[in-house]
Design a protein around this ligand. Structure first.
Ligand code: B16
Ligand code: MG
Length: 214
C-alpha cells in the first residue's frame, strides 16, 4: 500500500526546463557553438556538472576542471536570474489540486530533485508548504538513475521503498525509482517512460484514486 509520494521538481511540478535550456544555450553560444532542443531533452533530470560535460562534448570543446567550474557557475547565475522571477502561475496544470488532495487524504510528501536550486523555485511558486521533507541536489552525492535521492526521501519520511511512489518526467528518474524498489508514475509519453507503472501527460490527469489502485 502506498503511503508516501516523492516528487521530482522540474518537468513534474514546474517547467523550469525552458530556463535551463536558455541558460545552457547562452553558455554554448559564448563558446561559439549551439545545440538543439532535441539534445536538450538529454539534459533533463541530469545534474549540473553532467549536463555541462554533455554540452562540451557536443561542441567538441575541452576544458579543465577549474574552467568547468567557472562555466557551471556562470550558467547557474543566468538560470537563477530567471527563476527568481518565477510566479505561482508557472506551476504546471493540476499540481496544486493534486497535492492538496493527496495531502488531505493523509499521504506524506517529499521532493526528490537533482536541482540545487529547488528552495528558490518552491518559494517563488508557493509550493514549499506541501512538502514534509525536501531532498535535492545539495543533499545527494550520486545523481539519477542512482536511487539515492528517493531512498533518502523515503527514509526521512519514515517509509519503506515499497510504500512509496515516485512522480517523474525523466527516464533517468523513473529508473532511479525502480532501482530503489519504488513504484513510478511517469509524467510524459508512454513510449519514452517505458519502465513506469503508469504514464500520464500531467498531474491534472491524476486523482487520489490512482494511488489506491497502484
Ligand atoms: P541545478 P529535477 C533537474 O531537476 C533538471 O531536470 C536538470 O535539467 C538540471 O540540470 C538539474 O536539476 C540540476 O539543476 O543546476 O539547478 O542544480 O528534474 O531533478 O527536478
Ligand atoms: Mg524532472
Amino acid at each position: 500500500n502506498i503511503k508516501a509520494c516523492l516528487f521530482d521538481l522540474d518537468g513534474v511540478l514546474v517547467d523550469t526546463a525552458v530556463y535551463h535550456y536558455q541558460a545552457w544555450k547562452r553558455l554554448a553560444n559564448t563558446m561559439g557553438f549551439d545545440f538543439t532542443e532535441e539534445q536538450n531533452e538529454q539534459l533533463k533530470g541530469v545534474s549540473r556538472v553532467e549536463s555541462l560535460n554533455k554540452i562540451l562534448a557536443w561542441g567538441k570543446v575541452e576544458k579543465t576542471d577549474a574552467e568547468k567550474e567557472e562555466l557551471a557557475t556562470l550558467k547557474n547565475s543566468w538560470y537563477v536570474d530567471m527563476i527568481t522571477k518565477m510566479t505561482p502561475a508557472e506551476v504546471l496544470p493540476g499540481t496544486v489540486d493534486f497535492l492538496t488532495e493527496i495531502h488531505q487524504a493523509g499521504y506524506k510528501l517529499a521532493l526528490g530533485s537533482a536541482s540545487k536550486n529547488s528552495g528558490i523555485i518552491l518559494e517563488r511558486t508557493n509550493l514549499a508548504h506541501f512538502f514534509d521533507e525536501i531532498v535535492d541536489g545539495n543533499m545527494v552525492t550520486k545523481s539519477k538513475p542512482d536511487p539515492e535521492v528517493f531512498l533518502k526521501g523515503a527514509e526521512l519520511l519514515g517509509f519503506k521503498p515499497d510504500e512509496c511512489v515516485v512522480f517523474e518526467d525523466a527516464v533517468a528518474g523513473v529508473e532511479a525509482a525502480k532501482r530503489g524498489g519504488m513504484k513510478a508514475i511517469g509524467i510524459g509519453e508512454k513510449s519514452v517512460l517505458t519502465e513506469a507503472n503508469v504514464v500520464v501527460s500531467g498531474l491534472d490527469k491524476l486523482t487520489v484514486k490512482d494511488l489506491e489502485s497502484l
